[in-house]
Design a protein around this ligand. Structure first.
Ligand code: SF4
Length: 444
């Protein structure tokens, strides 16, 4: 039985999708990248912005009227709009966030398989590993805590077990994700923390890189940064949920941090990771954001140590405090967003140019006829001349030029010994090629 997957939203949603793929494949289902040949589809939804929600309704509408495939739809939009969705799309199955934990079991009941063959889709180089869900904060613009509940962390032993399983499947990099990753372990008794988790994960030999998704500045301490820098496997790209560079806006957002805290965090990180790629979420056009406040954010990102931004135009979410605040005119938000996008582009290019002529470690993620792609440890995409048989291997690349704000050109200067040769020398064990139905997971 074939299934198709898609998702909207954050890394946590992506991590969940990856986990379901592996579980379903182990149970005898086969992933397909063609929706029309799937027996059922799975969609993981997001309600973080109004736009995301509208896009989801548009998406469901389209598949509902175009294809016969049945869909299993889950995630934040279902938690928020279950009755409306059920009413509108009668033969689809909807599971809210609470029901997500048993999603694979529910799918097995809805779409039973008879054979026990395990289909493994093409190995990817990195996997998102969800270690935490929910959030205890109440930022005034955010709907997520009411849809995902309080912070819950997985025990370290369980995460290590999963990571070992993934590395045995061929994954070289894990990206630790959570709704509020930095709060990892605070809800566990005895209390745990992100650093302890990373220290355990680094022991997995086949795992080359451990990457962290967005970090909440409220949890970051000097000692955390210092100890992190001693862990060689930590990928040196760090993303922070800053949201604004204006103290007044941050106060109205109820972020509990100030720009001075942000500057200190960036200084400390920069001290221990001088070459790292630093990024932040920035919410543009928060209610009441004055020209002065916007310019403070503009200067903060332009002059500061950030190398890129994820920019989001503010959209009010029902039931949040920010919904009741005075909204800015749409053209003002659009104009501010446009200017910040230009800064973002400049910063991204500037950062990439720093590495021209330098060598960086990375994982070779794609081999095509006329080129191969490497993602470096500091998260640069580098196009290199075609290679053969090095996919998912750690390589060293020299950066030759910057093509645009998203892409560099380079050459592989150090390749690992090809596994097939090593195996042949030690008895000629042949590697089983994975069945490759393709994948619909973006951002690999
Ligand atoms: S920290 Fe704030 S923005 Fe992030 S999930 Fe929690 S409430 Fe939302």
């Amino acid at each position: 039985m074939k299934f198709y997957v898609d998702y909207f939203g954050c890394r946590s949603n992506q991590a969940e999708i990856q986990e379901w793929i592996l579980e379903l494949e182990n149970a005898g289902y086969m992933l397909t990248s063609a929706v029309e040949e799937a027996d059922f589809g799975i969609l993981n939804t997001c309600s973080v912005t109004e736009k995301a929600e509208k896009d989801i309704f548009r998406y469901i509408n389209k598949v509902y009227h175009k294809a016969d495939t049945r869909w299993v739809i889950t995630g934040c939009t279902v938690s928020k709009e279950k009755a409306r969705l059920r009413e509108r799309y009668k033969n689809y199955c909807f599971f809210d966030n609470k029901e997500k934990e048993n999603l694979v079991e529910s799918i097995k009941e809805l779409f039973p398989v008879e054979d026990n063959i395990v289909y493994h889709s093409a190995f990817r180089s990195r996997i998102f590993l969800k270690v935490q869900d929910g959030c205890n904060f109440r930022c005034s613009f955010c709907i997520v805590p009411s849809l995902r509940g309080k912070s819950r962390s997985l025990p370290i032993a369980e995460i290590v077990k999963k990571a070992r399983h993934y590395s045995a499947l061929g994954y070289k990099e894990v990206v630790l994700t959570g709704i509020n990753l930095s709060s990892y372990g605070y809800d566990i008794f005895p209390r745990e923390n992100l650093l302890n988790l990373i220290k355990e994960l680094k022991k997995i030999k086949a795992l080359e890189f451990i990457r962290l998704s967005s970090l909440d500045p409220r949890y970051i301490r000097y000692s955390f940064i210092k100890e992190l820098s001693l862990i060689k496997k930590i990928a040196d790209s760090f993303h922070f949920s800053f949201q604004s560079g204006s103290d007044h806006v941050l106060k109205r957002m109820k972020r509990g941090s100030k720009t001075l805290d942000y500057k200190k965090i960036l200084d400390h990180f920069h001290r221990f990771f001088p070459e790292a790629n630093f990024g932040a979420d920035i919410l543009v056009g928060f209610p009441g954001e004055t020209e002065k406040e916007y310019l403070q954010t503009f200067e903060f990102v332009k002059q500061g140590k950030l190398n890129y931004m994820h920019l989001f135009p503010f959209s009010p979410r029902r039931g949040t405090k920010a919904e009741l605040m005075e909204q800015l005119p749409v053209p003002v938000v659009r104009d501010r967003l446009k200017k910040l996008k230009e800064v973002n582009k400049e910063k991204r290019i500037e950062y990439r140019e720093r590495f021209i002529g330098k060598a960086l470690w990375g994982i070779l993620i794609e081999e095509k006829d006329n080129y191969s792609m490497v993602i470096t440890k500091n998260f640069l995409s580098v196009r290199v001349p075609p290679t053969m048989g090095f996919k998912r291997r750690k390589v060293k690349v020299k950066i030759l030029r910057v093509i645009n704000e998203n892409l560099c050109e380079g050459e592989v200067i150090k390749q690992p010994v090809r596994r097939s040769r090593v195996r042949a020398a030690s008895g000629g064990v042949r590697r089983t090629q994975p069945i490759s139905p393709g994948s619909h997971i973006p951002n690999q």
